[in-house]
Write a protein that binds this ligand. Structure first.
Ligand code: CU
Length: 273
């Protein structure tokens, strides 16, 4: 688990590389879809945090001229995110958008707390970072991506990331400007889809850059509250020039009530209780 590669971001705590052991577990082959999340909401009446706050972060190129009037703020450090009033999982780009043709895409604009609520309802849980990385590696060792070391083996796109000049022009040569269906591209060696790119996936752990030094080698899980939760996998906005985090060892985080148009989750459960 982890990497000492120079491609990595040491400040993220990607290393030191080490051998870890995880108990047997199951993990979903796909991220949770809009269709699945819709069923959860219909059965429970669950209201996401983005709906409670009244806004969520939408990538600027997806915001229509009309919806630009609903932009409440733009973060200085990441000006490609517009805080859009009225956007939430079912209206991912604001009030003039819908998910009708994206029911098999990953649900987005879900916070860590929302993901937890879905897991409780479905009798599952979020994977730990260790489980997630074990799954993402697909049986390979010390490789950069879920399928190997080359981003595009034989010229073939294997994941949904950014092509072109971030954040102004995504030429979408991988087929998608925003999210892709959860079963797009070839799966990894474990039959898991989109462990790299498409959407960031929430993990169970609290995030710390000290992760690899602070957790045991057996079933590591960082449980001391740090105020931010771990995410893995990268998204359709990742590009080598800016955020080379679609690698299996890469890590990121966000506060547990945050939601964005490029973050979702997949579920897991233990094989033995
Ligand atoms: Cu990224």
């Amino acid at each position: 688990m982890g990497t000492d590669s120079r491609e990595g971001f040491p400040a993220d705590g990607e290393g030191p590389e080490r051998v870890v052991r995880v108990d047997p577990f199951y993990i979903a082959p796909y991220a949770v879809t809009n269709a699945q999340f819709q069923q959860f909401v219909e059965e429970t009446g669950y209201v996401t945090e983005a709906e409670q706050f009244g806004w969520t972060y939408v990538f600027h190129l997806f915001v229509s001229e009309e919806t630009k009037r609903q932009v409440v703020s733009v973060p200085q450090a990441t000006p490609w995110w517009y805080a859009v009033n009225g956007a939430y999982w079912a209206k991912p780009e604001g009030l003039d958008s819908d998910i009708g043709d994206r029911m098999n895409h990953p649900v987005v604009h879900v916070s860590w707390n929302d993901a937890e609520a879905y897991c409780r309802w479905s009798g599952q849980r979020l994977p730990t970072e260790a489980e997630w990385e074990y799954a993402a590696r697909g049986g390979l060792e010390r490789k950069t991506y879920p399928w190997g070391d080359l981003l595009k083996p034989d010229g073939e796109h294997r994941c949904n990331i950014w092509q072109g000049k971030f954040p102004v022009k995504n030429n979408a040569s991988d087929g998608y400007e925003g999210t892709a269906p959860v079963d797009a591209y070839k799966p990894n060696g474990y039959g898991l889809y989109n462990m790299a790119g498409n959407v960031w996936e929430w993990c169970a752990d609290w995030f710390t850059p000290a992760y690899h030094r602070a957790t045991p080698n057996a079933n590591p899980r960082f449980e001391q509250p740090t105020g931010i939760r771990s995410m893995r996998g990268g998204s359709y906005l990742c590009h080598r020039s800016y955020c080379n985090r679609y690698r299996v060892a890469a890590r990121s985080s966000n506060t547990p009530d945050s939601s964005t148009g490029n973050a979702g989750f997949r579920v897991a459960f233990s094989a033995i209780d």
